[in-house]
Ligand binder design. Structure first.
Ligand code: URP
Ligand code: ZN
Ligand code: ZN
Length: 460
C-alpha cells in the first residue's frame, strides 16, 4: 500500500519543518515539499495540515502480563499494545523476568509465547536476570548475538525475590560488555528498604504511606551511585530505569565528569505526581510503586535533568493492577502489588506538561519519547526517526485538542487511572505502524497480531 501524508509539521529529534511523507509498503520512501499527488498516485492520502507529525513513540519500560507480588499486571500483550497505540506508542520493550532456576532461553520463550499473535504494536524484550549462575553466564553471547536481545535488567532491590548482589552484578556487567550489550537496573538499596519495611511492620504502621517512607530518597541515590560506579569499573553500557529524585540525578551529574556510557530513564509519574497522594489513606495504593512518588523538588530536578541531557529517555514503567489486587494490601502495605498504569498517556502528558509549559522543546520531546530509546536499545534508524528507509511508524498529533484523562475513556485494562481528571491539551489523532493506518478517528484499523517481535542490534 502507498500512503501520502501531506502538509504536516514534521518533527524529529533534530528537525522541525513542513513537508510531505511518502510511504510505500512498511517504509518511508521519500520526504519532500508539495509532492504532486497526480504523479505519485498514492492509494491513500492523509491531509495533516495544522497537525504535528512525530516518529512513533517507543516505550522501553513496560510490564505486560507479569506475575508479581501475588497478582498479574492487568494489561496483557493485546490490551497493553492497543492502549499504547492509542497514545502514539508504536513500539514497546517489555521485561521478560527470569524465574528461579530458569534459563534465559526458557525465559525468552515463555515471554515470546505470551505475546505472539496477540500484539497490535511492535515489541521486544529486555531479559531481567534474577538467578545468575554459570549456565546463565554461558547463554549471554547467544541471547545477544542470535536472539537480538541486547539489554538485560538487574534489580538491586526486591530482596528475597528479584534482587542480585554486587558480586553478581559485576560479573554480569563484565560478561555483557564482552558482547556489546547493555545493563539496565532498578537502582534502590534492597537491604535498606528491607530493614525499613520490617521496622514499620513491627510497629504496625501498615498503610500505603509506609511504602513511601520505607523507600526514602537515599535508598535510591545510594544504589544509583553504586551501580554507576560498578558500571564504570566494568566499562559496560549502563542504563538506570525509572529515576525519581534529586539525589540520584546528582550521582549522574557527578559521573559526567568522567567518560562513561551511562543512560538514564525517568517516567511521567515522577515528573508530574508527588508523594502527597500517599496521604489519602488506602486510596494511596493506586500509586504504590517502586520507587515511590517523591517531592516537588524532585520533579524540578528531573525536568532540569532532561533539559541538561542527564536524562535521555522517558518510559512509563506501565505495570497496572486491578483494584481488587491492590486491595490485597488493605491492611498491610507490603502486600500491595507495586505498579501503576500509564502506557497510553506518555506522549500526551509530555506534550501538554512539557512542551506547552516550556519545560522541553519539540525536538527534545521526540528525543525522550522515541529517538533516544531507539538508539540506546539497538532499533535506530529502523525506528525512532522520520527518514527515508525507516519504518513508517508515525503519529499525527492534534496540538489543539483538549481532553481529560479518565478511567472511562482510557484503553488500559485497569479499573482506575493514575491521572484521573487530569486535563491535557494535544491528542494523538492518527497512528501509522509500518505503513498501515493503525488508529484513525478513535478506531483501531489493524488486526490483533499485526505487531511483530523486533530483533534488536547492539546499542549505538
Ligand atoms: O512498582 C513498580 N515499578 N513495579 C514494576 C516493577 C519495577 O520495579 O519496575
Ligand atoms: Zn523497577
Ligand atoms: Zn518496571
Amino acid at each position: 500500500m502507498s500512503l501520502l501524508i501531506k502538509n504536516g509539521r514534521i518533527i524529529t529529534a533534530t528537525d522541525d519543518y513542513f513537508g510531505d511523507i511518502l510511504i510505500d509498503g512498511e517504509t518511508i520512501v521519500a520526504i519532500g515539499n508539495a509532492f504532486d499527488e497526480g504523479d505519485l498516485d498514492p492509494e491513500q492520502v492523509i491531509d495533516a495540515t495544522g497537525k504535528l507529525v512525530f516518529p512513533g513513540g517507543i516505550d522501553p519500560h513496560t510490564h505486560l502480563a507479569m506475575p508479581f507480588m501475588g497478582a498479574f499486571s492487568s494489561d496483557d500483550y493485546e490490551s497493553g499494545t492497543l492502549a499504547a497505540l492509542y497514545g502514539g506508542t508504536t513500539t514497546l520493550i517489555d521485561y521478560a523476568i527470569q524465574s528461579k532456576g530458569e534459563s534465559l532461553y526458557s525465559t525468552l520463550n515463555t515471554w515470546k509465547q505470551k505475546a505472539e499473535g496477540k500484539t497490535y504494536g511492535d515489541y521486544s524484550f529486555h531479559i531481567a536476570i534474577t538467578d545468575y549462575n554459570d549456565d546463565v553466564r554461558n547463554e549471554l553471547k547467544d541471547i545477544i548475538e542470535k536472539e537480538g536481545i541486547s539489554s538485560f535488567k538487574t534489580f538491586m532491590a526486591y530482596k528475597g525475590s528479584l534482587m542480585i548482589d554486587d558480586r553478581q552484578m559485576l560479573d554480569i556487567m563484565n560478561e555483557v560488555k564482552k558482547f556489546g550489550g547493555l545493563i539496565a537496573v532498578h537502582a534502590t538499596n534492597g537491604d535498606m528498604i528491607d530493614y525499613l519495611v520490617n521496622k514499620y511492620v513491627s510497629e504496625k504502621k501498615l498503610s500505603p504511606l509506609y511504602h513511601y517512607l520505607s523507600q526514602p530518597e537515599i535508598t535510591e541515590s545510594e544504589a544509583a551511585g553504586r551501580f554507576i560506579d560498578l558500571a564504570f569499573q566494568s566499562g559496560v553500557k549502563a542504563y538506570v530505569v525509572h529515576m525519581t529524585c534529586e539525589g540520584a540525578i546528582n550521582k549522574v551529574r557527578q559521573a559526567t565528569l568522567r567518560n562513561q556510557n551511562l543512560f538514564i530513564e525517568s517516567c511521567p509519574q515522577y515528573l508530574l505526581l508527588d508523594a502527597s497522594l500517599y496521604d489519602k489513606d488506602f486510596e494511596g495504593a493506586k500509586w504504590v510503586m517502586s520507587p515511590p512518588l517523591r517531592e516537588k523538588k524532585d520533579q524540578q530536578a528531573l525536568w532540569s535533568g532532561i533539559q541538561q541531557g542527564l536524562i535521555q529517555v522517558i518510559g512509563t514503567d506501565h505495570c497496572p493492577f486491578m483494584w481488587k489486587d491492590k486491595k490485597k494490601g488493605e491492611h498491610d502495605f507490603t502486600k500491595i502489588p507495586n505498579g501503576a498504569p500509564g502506557i497510553e498517556h506518555r506522549l500526551e502528558l509530555l506534550y501538554s506538561e512539557g512542551v506547552l509549559k516550556n519545560r522541553i522543546d519539540l525536538n527534545k520531546f521526540v528525543e525522550i519519547n522515541s529517538t533516544n530509546a531507539a538508539k540506546i536499545f539497538g532499533l535506530f534508524p529502523q525506528k525512532g526517526t522520520i527518514a527515508p528507509g525507516s519504518d513508517a511508524d508515525l503519529v499525527i498529533f492534534d496540538p489543539n485538542k483538549e481532553h481529560t484523562i479518565s478511567v472511562d475513556t482510557h484503553h488500559h485494562n485497569c479499573d482506575y487511572s493514575a491521572y484521573e481528571g487530569w486535563k491535557v491539551k494535544g491528542k494523538t489523532e492518527t497512528v501509522i505502524l509500518r505503513g498501515q493506518i493503525a488508529i484513525k478517528n478513535g478506531e483501531i484499523n489493524i488486526e490483533k497480531g499485526y505487531g511483530k517481535f523486533l530483533k534488536r542490534k547492539k546499542p549505538l
